[in-house]
Write a protein that binds this ligand. Sequence first.
Ligand SMILES: [Zn+2]
Ligand SMILES: [Zn+2]
Length: 103
Amino acid sequence: MFEDKQLQCCDCAKTFVFSAGEQEFFAVKGLINQPKRCENCRVICRVSRAGKSADSVSKAVCFQCQSEFLLPFRPTGYKPTFCNKCFRAKKVENQSDSTLVSA
Ligand SMILES: [Zn+2]
Ligand SMILES: [Zn+2]
């Protein structure tokens, strides 16, 4: 089984948690490399790689767990926004209606 790991971000040098759930997600996707960046730096990196300015990154509050996170775009204000964790959890929920019992 997977256990939460502490990793250091190569951009901002902060430690962040590579959670058991994420590790499982990586394993399922066949990804061998661990993430090098924290969640926020990953968003900034993705935006700059897409050729957009860092201005298009905006702060949002998760509709479900109320934690702050960065969005790679400006939210329209109509839809509730979810952090990666809750978004992924919702996806799993939708895929397997009644069979899945989450930890
Ligand atoms: Zn970082
Ligand atoms: Zn959340």
